[in-house]
Design a protein around this ligand. Structure first.
Ligand SMILES: [Zn+2]
Length: 153
């Protein structure tokens, strides 16, 4: 029975993927250059440390533009680098009042997820203008024909 379920599932999965490949749809991704803005974008302005309410229930905290700061998980003073894997969006309170240049363990803060290198697919080339490369035919084609249809400025 399990095998049958697995086979049926595979069938459903493989057919659409094959069709998409056949019609030339290859969702390509590219790496994004490191910047403060790219970090805020990746983390969607959420403080990457858990916040706790008065009942000790954890919740996600969304920063306002004036509250958000770039936090080095491993502090620069301890050899932490400016990289996607070492930087997160953090609210001013967590970064400046609690963490104060220490590691999360030392400050007893918990990351909501492990920082990662974000990737962007073709669809986003023009939406995030800093990544748009006019010398690339695929970017130009995408901007001209596909984004136009989606009406994204
Ligand atoms: Zn916070």
């Amino acid at each position: 029975m399990k095998l049958l379920v697995l086979l049926v599932f595979q069938e459903y999965l493989i057919v659409p993927v094959t069709v998409l490949k056949f019609v030339g749809y290859h969702p390509k991704t590219e790496e994004i250059n490191f910047s403060k803005e790219a970090i805020f974008e990746r983390d969607n302005n959420y403080c990457q440390y858990w916040h706790y309410d008065e009942y000790n229930h954890k919740f996600l905290y969304k920063c306002t533009p004036s509250e958000r700061t770039l936090d080095h998980v491993l502090p620069k003073s301890q050899g932490g680098k400016n990289s996607f894997k070492n930087c997160v969006c953090s609210c001013r309170h967590c970064n400046i009042n609690i963490k104060k240049g220490r590691t999360p363990e030392e400050a007893r803060l918990k990351l909501i997820r492990k920082p990662f290198v974000p990737k962007r697919n073709k669809k986003d080339y023009v939406r995030y203008k800093f990544a748009y490369n006019e010398n690339k035919l695929s970017h130009r084609f995408y901007a001209k024909h596909i984004l136009k249809a989606e009406k994204v400025s």
